[in-house]
Design a protein around this ligand. Structure first.
Ligand SMILES: *Cc1c(COP(=O)(O)O)cnc(C)c1O
Length: 404
């Protein structure tokens, strides 16, 4: 066989639309919670592909599901259904509040479907002008025009005006502010149970309960964006299960495919029929390859052992991070749930989160930021304790650079 053409990090600048600024090394291989780059340097993976690689890299359960399906059937299009997608739909509906599922390929697409469904339900209600959407400052819902508009970070939307209108943003965790804008014209409230990209900020349970009550009062859909919090990330299968608040629509992606692109919008029999044949669609959504992998990943995660393991690892991380912080006094707060952990920097280190992840890379650790002041960790849900220990040791060396 011919050698593949050789490529380097600088080729990214040559050929790629510059929307990202990737690290100066290129990962080529992964196993469990370790990754190796082109120079065969090893990294501990606390990033998990941004809360995606829930089983780490090259887990046999995912690899087997993928390769087995790869020899059978990849894609058939929407004129036909397929076995893996029906099995996955059964799993998702049997294990959540939902009765019906719409499959797509990403978190943004799942939210796009949720927001369009809400607009359609509002239209069908017969209430004039029932198209208003309430969303929250600092929220992140994806990068399509509708989802950046629903997101609460103007820097992601303002350059693309005119934006879809009818979207109102208020402060997160401020129920009075939400109350002031939710009314008969509201068709949906969209919220993350934990704001992920926005800085790992958990919603207060009373806030979520209050939103549920307001949605019930005014006939609006409560949409939980669980793209980041879903599929075991918080130690519950979905984060709504921690709050006791049941949404009308839930969006899930990231960890669902364990690294294979897939997304889904879950809803109930009450709302699903507002989408009829032709109302919405996608070419790839629910394709057999993605569905087979997601089915295997979901089944593996949805066990008491794995979910309890996430809670245990959270405590283990927390203890290690608190010990580091006792030494270096860099973090103002360490917060999150399960394996979605955010470390907010003290004011004197404001804006340094990116530097920390860069230095972590030099020390052999993959880590994330969530805004300029928060270092975020979203590792594999089954990361071994010895890899946590080694990753923390490398983080310690990166923090030492900052502290001096
Ligand atoms: C990542 C993310 C999205 C967008 O998902 P994509 O797959 O990148 O489109 C939406 N909502 C939340 C909460 C996310 O974390």
């Amino acid at each position: 066989m011919e050698q593949p053409i050789s490529v380097t990090r600088s080729n990214f600048n040559d050929w790629m639309v510059p929307v990202f600024a990737p690290a100066n090394f290129i990962p080529v291989r992964g196993e469990g919670s370790r990754i190796w780059d082109q120079e065969n340097k090893e990294y501990i993976d606390f990033a998990g592909g941004i809360a995606v690689n829930a089983l780490g890299h090259a887990h046999p359960v995912a690899v087997n599901a993928l390769t087995e399906q790869a020899t059978k059937l990849w894609h058939v299009g929407n004129g036909y259904t397929n076995e893996p997608v029906l099995r996955l739909a059964k799993q998702l509906t049997e294990n959540t509040f939902a009765d019906k599922v719409f499959f797509c390929n990403s978190g943004a697409e799942a939210n796009e479907a949720a927001l369009k469904l809400a607009r359609k339900v509002g239209l069908d209600s017969g209430v004039a002008g029932k198209s208003g959407i309430v969303a929250f400052n600092n929220a992140f819902h994806g990068r399509t025009l509708f989802t950046v508009s629903a997101g609460g970070q103007p820097k992601y939307s303002q350059d693309f005006a005119p934006l879809p209108n009818g979207i109102n943003h208020v402060a997160f965790n401020d129920l009075e502010a939400a109350k002031a804008v939710i009314n008969e014209q509201t068709c949906a409230v969209i919220v993350e149970p934990i704001q992920g990209e926005g800085g790992v900020i958990p919603a207060d349970i009373e806030f979520l309960k209050g939103l549920r009550a307001l949605c019930d009062e005014f006939g609006a859909l409560l949409i939980f964006d669980e793209v980041q919090t879903g599929v075991g990330r918080t130690g519950a299968l979905y984060a709504y299960m921690n709050s006791g608040v049941i949404p009308d629509v839930l969006t899930t992606a990231k960890a669902l495919g364990g690294g294979f692109p897939v997304g889904a919008m879950l809803t109930t029999d009450k709302f699903a029929p507002h989408f009829s044949v032709g109302t919405h669609g996608t070419t790839y959504g629910g394709n057999p390859l993605a569905s087979a992998v997601a089915g295997a990943v979901f089944e593996f995660i949805n066990t008491p052992e794995v979910l309890e393991g996430v809670k245990h690892r959270y405590q283990y991380f927390l203890d290690a991070l608190n010990a580091l912080n006792a030494e270096y006094q860099i973090f103002e707060e360490i917060r999150g749930q399960g394996l979605l952990i955010g470390c907010e920097l003290k004011a004197e280190y404001a804006g340094k989160a990116k530097d920390i992840t860069t230095w972590a890379g030099e020390e052999g650790l993959l880590a994330l930021i969530a805004g300029p002041n928060v270092v975020r960790f979203t590792p594999s849900l089954i990361i071994p304790e010895q890899d946590i220990d080694e990753g923390i040791a490398r983080l310690k060396r990166a923090l030492a650079k900052l502290a001096k």
